[in-house]
Design a protein around this ligand. Sequence first.
Ligand SMILES: [Zn+2]
Length: 381
Amino acid sequence: MDLSHISAIDQHAHNLLRPEVMANTPYTAAFTEGYAPAIVNGHANHTLCYRRSLREIAELLNCDSTQETILRRRTELGLEELTRLCFGAANLKAIVLDDGFLPDTILPVEWHQPFVTTHRLLRLEWLAEQMIPQVNRFEIFLEWFRSELDPPPKGVIGFKSVAAYRTGLDIQSIPYDMAADSFYAIQQGFPGQRIRLADKPLIDFLLHEALAIAARYQLPVQFHTGFGDPDLDLRLANPLHLRPLLENPRYQTVPIVLLHAAYPFTREAGYLTAVYPQVYLDCGLAVPFLSVAGMRQAIAMMLELSPTSKLMYSSDAHLIPELYYLGAKWGREALAQVLEQAIQDGDLTALEAEEVAVAILAGNASVLYRIGDRATTVPER
Ligand SMILES: [Zn+2]
């Protein structure tokens, strides 16, 4: 199967790094979730993904596949031309950006708009972090937090939570007084300073607030699940921890999007999509960071049990435009390989496989986030 004609929606990615910041960042940093210098400078260039990606980038940029040559070629092109090339080759219908990652060093959401239709996700923990140092009473903070989400700001098509990174996905119902105590304890610990919110009662309380608002608007909420940088305790990033939220009758109308194939908890995530109407799953980060066999297995595991109406494409691209291209290339190629096997196995007819490809690459996200007109992604026959 060749899926290159299907224009994809990248339903979870991040803003590109400002060029002057990228100039002082090792290229390998874009290809690893690790940030220890020994990983970034000593080991990240030895992954199968990195070796494969250098050759693929070189082919796109029409140069030799050594890192030095690629870096020289990137400088010659400049970020705008490089972005045009990568986004064009990725054949993207739209991207959805979480601009809460490295907010001080990234280009604004609007910068990306000339290259591709761009939508925004609002990162909930980031929002709270901006507000907490600015108010000294919990009830005022809470009212302000609610007002920033309700109604959702213009251009925001979903909320995003990094609770998995901070305190884990075992999100509890928290009494008001307990959340208020946490708020005052944080303020006393860091008076007037910027904070990194990692307080479980307060994060859990605010997530319940956000979910109640999302329920009113039927607004999707994306959760980081599975692997990520070592800030995260992977044991607490298993999406099975979300059961109390998924069972909560107040949030049944909130689409919950599990990110990153929940890798390595992909089968657990697939199970959740199969039994909870509101749960969706995407493949970003697993695609394109795994080996080819790994990407194929991850997508195959997503398809083992999941209704195909619940699966979506994303890249989790960040820092550099090349990752948008590599994600789209392998999102299509690995999906094609898995669908070909499904045809061979008799799971799908060729026609059904084509429809599933369109749904996963664009159609499901288009419906879920009410982006554009789904019919335009269906290829001409
Ligand atoms: Zn992400």
